[in-house]
Design a protein around this ligand. Structure first.
Ligand code: SF4
Length: 789
């Protein structure tokens, strides 16, 4: 009923997107108490009256169902709906000004069904209740049966129009599928097999985990068959990547289709904070001029806004529309979700606790086909989910709230904050780190009290004051409460003392049970990356079920002889031993790099390690050093510097940083990559919990918590070179751990035949020299003398 009884034209402003879930239970509670009281006061009163009606439109039959809040019987029956609000004056004003307010329409619709079913037209009233004071008011609604019948017909016609439009959209998609073509005249080596593998898994309803290296044309190899499968079923594809800068390959591919007249509608979504040009993202009528009268402005702009010829809807396009019509650019983008054939967006649109993709994609009345999901750079997914589903509350933040209370003499909030501090103080015993259990009721009391305080302060428009510290306090505890409710095993609660602070933290250690149910919303899922080994690890961490998932590895299409991979086990890089090896590391880098002119990338496990070796690299070659995380523009600058390097240049960076993944150095002529030890995560309490968890589950906690995450970084970094068929380069991995089984299990299939031991060189320099000079056979260590290993 609620979905049917909506205004035919949306009017007014954007409003309640505050980022905080409203506590629905408040309204339910008020309803129930009122209904009980009314039954005790009036014997003719009945609550929760089921009402339903079948209606016939031009092309469809409809069944409308609902439960009216109450009926007063007798000769002149009356039905009513109860509506509670935090801002009663604002609600009354809206009811007075909007004859098609959803509350009024809903009530009239009940009246309409009631009179059809019972042959008597009831009186209608809204019982309005102030959620703070419980003060009541009754609002009579005039009802004109004939006039409303016309409204019902119009609404049915509108829904039928939507249904027909959606049917046409499905038809268009199916015909687009027939026009779709493989975008290159000749597929690259193995690319046809890649396309077939995707088609095969999707058509059998299986999920696919796909490891494919650079050079295979994997975006086209995955996206083309995914679009083919999805469009032929009338569905769109949702393509997600961890960074906006990684959307380019998908956008380029879509443009290739569009240029050849395959009119795919492509929507590229950026994050709300990036799309929003306001100083603060406060999507309230009172705060943002682009929210004010949003729907009226959209309606007034009409066809100009819905430029049918445009087929690539991106941030620049939304910004232009926003400037032209003074409307929110983020909202315009979100409204396009149901009509787009290909939606390109960040992981968070699908996988964050507040993800709202499906709120916009699904229509409560029109049955939509399920979209297909393509996850690019999928090795990043599990870490993003761990990050999104871990929240913490610091004692120092609580103390800051107390300071605020003191300054503003806010005794009521001060009592609530003190209760929270007491909750942390009561954790017993008080070790440095511990997994704890906190009574959920104790957190619920904090939530109830802070919500009650918040309600008493909400503005008359019924909206929360987002910058109110009480609101921030409530949001923190509510996030903690909600996240720990998902699974105590996958997201345990911990207490830790760190850097003079005390922290209560919900720490996600296993994202499987969070991700797995989310895939039910998709018709098919493909996750791909150059590093997804071992598959058992990524299958679990990506939330895929073993029995319903295919996992396939493709090897590089370039000749194996274009790469010289060496493992130097004589060099130890673990924290305890590495200082004894700094000289050797510097010597290997310098001497290997001296054998062939060009840029070399040297990836360390940490900045501290980098700085120590940097001091010893001397002045033989220019050094370019990455000193911290880089912005996208800084990465582009680095790229230019590397490309312009004429002589041998060493670029020092860290594994897992912006220069080691997600960047294509194709054409930069990079001659080699040094991986100075695996970047094993440091042994925090959280990591140890993860290790224990996977020891119990998979029997190999160390590999799950330390080895595989580290090796993903090393293999990603190693993949920065040999990006086309003519590039050649050396990869040098330094550390004996690279020979261990769990480390080897992550390496691409074409690195060695049967064991990583094959990669240990007898003579580093002469073998490297021979690699560069294929005519020269390795014989002696080198002209410069043997390396002291
Ligand atoms: S422009 Fe920004 S603040 Fe305004 S409604 Fe849009 S997202 Fe919210």
């Amino acid at each position: 009923m609620r979905d049917f009884a909506l205004p035919i034209r949306r009017i007014g402003s954007l409003g309640r997107s505050t980022g905080s879930a409203l506590p629905l239970e408040v309204g339910v509670d008020i309803h129930e108490r009122l209904q009980m009281r009314l039954s005790s006061e009036d014997s003719s009163y009945r609550s929760e009256i089921p009402l339903s009606l079948a209606l016939t439109g031009k092309s469809y039959e409809f069944k409308i169902r609902g439960r009216c809040d109450g009926e007063f019987g007798g000769d002149k029956p009356m039905i009513e709906e109860i509506k509670s609000s935090f801002g009663l004056p604002a609600l009354k004003k809206a009811l007075a000004n909007e004859p098609d307010h959803p509350y009024i329409l809903q009530l009239k619709m009940y009246g309409f069904i009631y009179s059809k079913k019972k042959g008597v037209t009831p009186k209608l009233q809204l019982r309005l209740v102030d959620s703070r004071t419980l003060e009541e008011d009754v609002w009579s609604v005039d009802y004109d049966e004939i006039g409303f019948q016309l409204w019902v017909q119009d609404r049915l016609a509108q829904i039928e129009e939507n249904l027909l439009r959606y049917r046409a959209l499905i038809k268009t998609r199916k015909s687009l599928a027939k026009q779709l073509f493989f975008p290159f005249s000749t597929p690259r080596k193995n690319q046809s097999e890649l396309v077939d593998a995707v088609k095969n898994s999707l058509s059998r309803g299986r999920k696919l985990l796909l490891q494919a290296p650079t050079g295979l044309g994997k975006t086209a190899g995955v996206l083309y068959p995914s679009l083919l499968e999805a469009l032929s079923k009338g569905s769109p594809v949702v393509y997600i990547a961890p960074k906006n800068s990684q959307f380019k390959a998908a956008i380029d591919l879509a443009r290739m289709f569009q240029k050849k007249r395959v009119k795919l509608k492509v929507l590229v979504l950026t994050s709300k904070t990036k799309a929003c040009q306001q100083d603060e993202v406060l999507c309230q009528n009172s705060s943002c001029p682009l929210a004010v009268n949003y729907y009226d402005k959209v309606e007034a702009s009409g066809a100009k806004l819905r430029d049918a010829k445009k087929h690539l809807w991106d941030y620049a396009y939304f910004q232009k529309l926003s400037d032209a019509f003074e409307i929110c650019p983020y909202e315009i983008g979100m409204e396009r979700i149901p009509e787009a054939d290909l939606i390109i967006c960040d992981y968070n649109y699908v996988f964050s606790p507040r993800a709202n993709f499906f709120d916009r994609y699904l229509d409560p009345i029109v049955p939509m086909t399920k979209p297909y999901l393509v996850i690019d750079e999928a090795h990043n997914l599990y870490e993003r989910v761990i990050e999104n589903y871990s929240v913490q509350i610091k004692l120092s933040d609580l103390k800051a709230f107390l300071e605020h209370c003191k300054a503003s003499d806010d005794q009521r909030f001060s009592r609530i904050v003190n209760r929270a501090i007491g909750l942390m103080a009561a954790i017993n015993p008080r070790p440095t780190h511990a997994r704890i259990e906190l009574k959920r009721e104790a957190i619920q009391v904090l939530l109830d009290e802070s919500m009650a305080l918040l309600l008493s302060r909400w503005d008359t428009g019924g909206l929360p004051l987002i910058d109110d510290p009480v609101f921030q306090f409530y949001s923190q505890w509510s996030d903690l409460h909600e996240i720990t409710e998902i699974s105590q095993e996958a997201i345990p609660l911990i207490y830790k003392r760190e850097e003079g602070d005390e922290i209560l933290k919900a720490q996600c250690i296993d994202p499987h049970s969070i991700l797995q149910p989310l895939y039910a919303q998709f018709a098919g899922v493909v996750a791909f990356s150059a590093t997804l080994k071992p598959f058992s690890f990524y299958r679990h961490m990506s939330g895929f079920e073993e029995e319903a998932t295919d996992a396939i590895e493709f090897t590089s299409p370039f000749p194996r002889t274009n790469k010289k991979i060496m493992i130097i086990p004589q060099v130890e890089t673990n924290y305890r031993e590495r200082s004894r090896h700094y000289d050797r590391i510097a010597a290997i880098i310098s001497r290997v790099a001296s054998l062939e002119k060009g840029p070399y990338l040297v990836f360390f496990s940490s900045y501290g390690f980098l700085r120590e070796v940097e001091k010893l690299l001397g002045e033989d070659f220019p050094l370019i050093t990455q000193t911290s995380a880089l912005s996208d523009s800084a990465v582009r600058n680095f790229h230019r510097l590397i490309q312009n390097a004429q002589e041998t240049t060493l670029i020092l960076a860290v594994q897992g940083g912006s220069l080691s993944e997600g960047i294509d150095f194709k054409g930069a002529g990079i001659k080699g990559v040094f991986i100075v030890g695996p970047a094993v995560p440091s042994a925090s309490f959280e990591r140890k919990m993860m290790q224990e968890h996977f020891d119990k589950r998979e029997g190999d906690g160390r590999a799950f918590a330390y080895v595989y995450p580290a090796m993903t970084r090393s293999v990603q970094a190693a993949g920065r070179i040999v990006r086309d068929e003519i590039e050649r380069g050396v990869i040098v991995l330094m550390d004996p751990r690279f020979l261990q089984d769990s480390f080897q299990a992550t390496m691409p299939e074409d690195w060695f035949e049967t064991s990583a031991r094959e990669l240990i060189p007898q003579h580093i320099l002469s073998e490297t020299r021979a690699f560069w000079d294929v005519e020269k056979r390795p014989s002696i260590e080198s002209d410069e003398g043997p390396l002291d290993l």
